[in-house]
Design a protein around this ligand. Structure first.
Ligand code: EPS
Length: 376
């Protein structure tokens, strides 16, 4: 299975093509739209989200709500395009308007201009923008529906915003009780996180955070210890790292494992006739030797603060080379909950790809049968 996306932040819309989905998968568009709405919500979002009401339009590959095995094409239209079409239309627009030359530290502006040429960072930022993640969530939710049909569930929550951190561990079932404002688990910690966001907003600043995403029901043996490219942890880390603004990924105990002796890190193995092999801990995060080991897959990703700061950081104008304040018209202060939703989608997409590579992708009946036959 392969997913590609297209579209600019203020262009007509965002589009994706999912190739290699099996025939016979029932698509729930309401669930896709609910995930899109969740991605848009969250305390700390800016003015753009008051304009957009993201919905999916299914353009191909689905008939009567069921996949045909042909490429699935999805669209999420940009409402804001109405305000931008004279500047952004693919043909006959005035591309001299709304030029951005006061390149923003931390965004793709400067390096993108040096790489792709020209003098207007709008040509770079329109695609580098995290707006693209809307259609990635749409595609990821289709993959979530595929995973669910064989018994794999994906969930997650926000562990920290700025320096406000929830250090507790939660069972998978509890994650459905995360709180709507920031997708955190604990009301008091979330209140502190919201106060932190308010302080950032008042200071014209932004903040990042950490999200944890998990998959339950993935049987053992997905990925491989035999080649680098097939290692499941490498593939999942790449999928999460590719989400806009993510600067670090941990698997299981992650960096903390490096500070502990082996006796406190590795998950000891037990056996009982009724349930076979099992472990009493999961510091490996469900992956050993680059393969799923049948335990829950546990990953964490760190999102950096959004690079568009209302107070504007010191920079240089790309055309005049004069010192300047970086461009800022409107910005989110915190998009960590959105990032969490996108990370879940990225995880769903990569796990679906891994599943289909191992078990084949012709039709859902065959896929389900082959998955059931695998041992846990
Ligand atoms: C983004 C800048 C902002 C965000 C946008 C990502 O958009 P605008 O420049 O239109 O105010 O709101 O995110 C989204 C639009 C979205 O739907 O997530 C950026 O520069 O990355």
């Amino acid at each position: 299975m392969r997913i590609s996306t297209a579209g600019e932040s203020h262009g007509k819309g965002l589009f994706c093509i999912i190739e290699g989905l099996p025939a016979g998968l029932t698509i729930d568009r309401d669930e896709i739209d609910a995930c899109l709405a969740l991605r848009q919500s969250g305390y700390g979002r800016g003015g753009r989200q008051k304009i957009e009401r993201d919905r999916t339009e299914i353009l191909s590959g689905v008939r009567g709500g069921i996949t045909l095995g042909s490429p699935v094409c999805l669209a999420v239209w940009n409402r804001d395009y109405e305000n931008w079409k004279e500047i952004m239309a693919p043909e006959g627009c005035d591309a001299e308007q709304r030029r951005l030359t006061r390149v923003r530290p931390g965004h793709a502006d400067l390096t993108g201009l040096k790489k792709f040429g020209g003098e207007d960072a709008r040509n770079i930022l329109e695609r580098a923008s995290a707006r693209e993640s809307a259609v990635r969530v749409a595609a990821g939710t289709v993959c979530r529906q595929l995973l669910r049909s064989v018994g794999i569930e994906v969930a997650g929550y926000v562990r920290s915003v700025g320096d406000v951190c929830d250090g507790r561990e939660y069972p998978f079932e509890a994650l459905s009780r995360r709180l709507p404002e920031l997708l955190m688990m604990d009301a008091e910690i979330q209140r502190s996180a919201m106060a932190y966001i308010d302080a950032c907003r008042a200071a014209g600043d932004t903040c990042g955070g950490v999200a944890e995403v998990r998959a339950r029901g993935m049987k053992s043996g997905f990925g491989s210890c035999m080649t680098y490219a097939e290692k499941l942890d490498a593939r999942l880390a790449a999928a999460l790292m590719s989400v806009q603004a993510v600067k670090g990924v941990e698997v299981g105990a992650g960096f903390a494992a490096a500070r502990l002796p082996g006796s406190r890190v590795h998950d000891e193995i037990f056996y009982e006739a009724e349930c076979g092999y099992f472990r009493k801990s999961n510091r490996a995060g469900g992956i050993e030797g680059g393969m799923s080991n049948g335990e829950e897959i546990v990953l964490r990703a760190a999102m950096k603060p959004i690079p568009t700061l209302m107070k504007g950081l010191a920079t240089v104008d790309y055309v005049t080379h004069e010192p300047a304040r970086a461009a800022a018209e409107r910005s989110d202060v915190c998009a960590v909950p959105a990032c969490e939703v996108i990370l879940e989608s990225a995880l769903c997409a990569e796990l679906a790809a891994v599943l289909l590579e191992r078990l084949g992708a012709d039709n859902m009946t065959g896929l389900k049968k082959r998955y059931e036959e695998l041992t846990q």
